[in-house]
Design a protein around this ligand. Structure first.
Ligand SMILES: [Zn+2]
Length: 73
């Protein structure tokens, strides 16, 4: 079964426009992938926020440890 051949609007490569192709109809599959799909990147977190997050984690770890010790004794 033949699909219509399109020319990618981004890289000018020809590609088959398959039904259900994600992204734009005038972009090849490679160019349809989102460029900013990085969940690790967290802009807007300043040093104070990082510090309080670290302290919260330490407090939680300490509470967990207390709980474990209490169970042991
Ligand atoms: Zn392309």
């Amino acid at each position: 079964m033949a699909f219509p051949i399109k020319v990618c609007a981004v890289c000018a490569e020809e590609f088959e426009l398959k039904p259900g192709k994600p992204g734009f109809a005038n972009r090849c599959p490679a160019c349809s992938e989102p460029e900013d799909a990085d969940p690790k990147a967290k802009p807007g977190m300043n040093a104070d926020e990082r510090k309080s997050l670290k302290e919260a984690n330490e407090a939680r770890r300490r509470a967990m440890r207390d709980l474990l010790y209490r169970k042991d004794s």
